[in-house]
Design a protein around this ligand. Structure first.
Ligand code: BES
Ligand code: ZN
Ligand code: ZN
Length: 491
């Protein structure tokens, strides 16, 4: 993909297609006026005669009939200028981009009127995220290949170039996470994730993987208990980004269930196919490492961890009533084998705190269905033990296109996990307040000195209906943007 920045002057635009944003009831931008004039006031006429209204997200295509180098102009309605928000703008823009992507247009210029800095970075990311398609398994590929994208902006400087590089890094990382999440479980197995992790090895990043036998020996039996019903070998993957000098360590731990059938507490068949995405948290760890391997944040060591396995009802499977001893020493009575993510994460958390002693620890997981009921598919649910870090993470997300909402956690949620026969049970009150209570289970394994946050992406990691064109249905890559920005902001 080729990127270019140009000033918004018609004589400079030689791309075949231009996306031209137009506000309703507002003066045209300079570029729109110039084009309108060259086309004998065609755009003005179209609006005056009501062939098209520049309502938010409405597009209308016109052709220049050799009067310009640009052949096709996609008029993009932005609605009322007074009512526009970043979110509305991004949704409208992504509408136009994905429309062009559908008809396989490979050269696009887009006018980004008055957009700069943070918003410019976000907007370019939105643009690239709107081009995403998942069609590896179609015999007829329709990927956006050999494309040229020209951003028309008023101020082009060194910073602009930097911003564009950064946004490409973010968008590629997110789109690759989407790929991982969208691939089915017969292709993305725990072993495959381990192989993929090894590709991150470089001077600053080391990669270690542990198989199920090793994990059993090391005492991560809560984790391995989940994998017993499957023929696939469980894998713990540790990616360690260690710059020469660092004074902080952060660990990002991802749930990597390559398939969650529920185990012996089998899930209903309806929508079970979606459970190929239960490794989305693990995929986010890959996304974070893809980005930081290029951005190389200073002064911070990042330990990325993925707990990968399958939850299936095989003959060796974990059974309700079983009691398992965790890495931390606490015993857990299994009431429901479908509450497996917390078992995997609990052991990973205690292991990482024990061996790496990070100052910050963030786990990210498609942990509960309850989060979908609480927050829908837009928001990441956030729980943690350090309000300052929570505030910072939310503030960072607010400057982007990701949304985070804090959920409560207190003593009562912890009490749900009392067991008559073991130290803890694994379901508490189940779905009632389920996202908070799952987090309370995890907190049982967190050292209170560690600044811990838990991101439940059960709702945001995959969507079954496209409501925003930059988030096409399927895997979304939710979490990558905020986590990478958080790491970069730790300095
Ligand atoms: N992976 C699921 C959570 C999930 C379900 C995320 C649907 C997104 C959509 C998790 O392992 C699970 O099954 N959780 C149970 C917990 C319950 C048994 C306490 C749930 O949410 O139903
Ligand atoms: Zn489950
Ligand atoms: Zn699960």
């Amino acid at each position: 993909m080729l990127f270019d920045f140009k000033k918004p002057k018609i004589e400079l635009i030689d791309t075949k297609v231009l996306i031209l944003p137009i506000f309703k009831n507002n003066k045209f931008s300079d570029l729109a006026s110039q084009i309108d004039k060259k086309l004998n006031f065609l755009i003005s006429d179209i609006i005056k005669e009501k062939y098209w209204k520049p309502d938010l997200g409405q597009i209308h295509t016109i052709y220049s009939n050799q009067k310009l180098k640009i052949k096709k102009i996609v008029l993009l309605g932005l609605g009322d200028k007074a009512k526009i928000t970043d979110e509305k703008y991004w949704r409208a823009l992504s509408n136009a981009v994905s429309y062009l992507n559908k008809i396989n247009i490979t050269e696009i210029a887009v006018y980004l009127d008055g957009i700069k800095e943070q918003k410019l970075q976000n907007t370019i990311e939105i643009f690239l995220l709107s081009l995403y398609k998942f069609n590896y398994h179609k015999s007829q590929k329709n990927h956006f290949v050999k494309s040229k994208i020209v951003f028309l902006i008023d101020n082009i400087n060194k910073e602009t170039v930097l911003i564009s590089k950064k946004s490409q890094i973010f968008a590629n990382a997110i789109n690759n996470v989407r790929d991982l999440v969208n691939h089915p479980s017969n292709i993305i197995t725990p072993k495959k994730l381990s192989e993929k992790a090894k590709k991150f090895k470089n001077e600053l990043i080391s990669v270690k993987t542990y198989d199920e036998k090793e994990l059993d020996k090391m005492g991560l039996r809560l984790f391995t208990s989940v994998s017993k019903g499957s023929i696939e070998d469980a894998q713990m993957i540790i990616l360690d980004y260690k710059p020469k000098k660092y004074d902080k360590t952060i660990s990002i731990i991802g749930k990597g269930l390559t398939f969650d059938a529920g185990g012996i507490s089998l899930k209903p068949a309806n929508k079970m196919d979606e459970m190929k995405m239960d490794m989305a948290g693990g995929a986010v760890v890959f996304g974070v490492f893809e980005a930081i391997s290029k951005l190389m944040p200073k002064n911070v060591r990042v330990v990325g961890v993925i707990g990968a396995c399958e939850n299936l009802p095989g003959h060796n499977a974990l059974k309700p009533g079983d009691i398992i001893k965790s890495y931390s020493g606490k015993t857990v009575e299994i009431i429901n084998t479908d509450a497996e993510g917390r078992l995997v994460l609990a052991d990973l958390i205690s292991y990482i705190v024990d061996k790496y002693k990070p100052e910050y620890l963030i786990d990210i997981a498609t942990l509960t269905g309850a989060i979908v009921i609480a927050l829908g598919h837009e928001y990441i649910g956030l729980v943690g033990n350090d309000q300052k870090s929570i505030k910072k993470l939310i503030e960072i997300s607010e400057k982007s296109y990701e949304k985070i909402w804090q959920l409560p956690i207190d003593e009562l949620f912890h009490e749900e996990f009392k067991s008559d026969v073991a130290d803890l049970n694994n379901v508490g009150n189940g779905a009632e307040g389920g996202a908070s209570s799952a987090a309370a289970f995890l907190e049982e394994f967190v050292n209170p000195k560690t600044k811990w946050m838990h991101m439940d992406i059960g709702g945001s990691a995959i969507i079954s209906k496209t409501t925003k064109a930059f988030m096409p249905k399927g895997g979304t890559g939710s979490g990558v943007k905020t986590l990478v920005e958080f790491i970069e902001n730790l300095n």
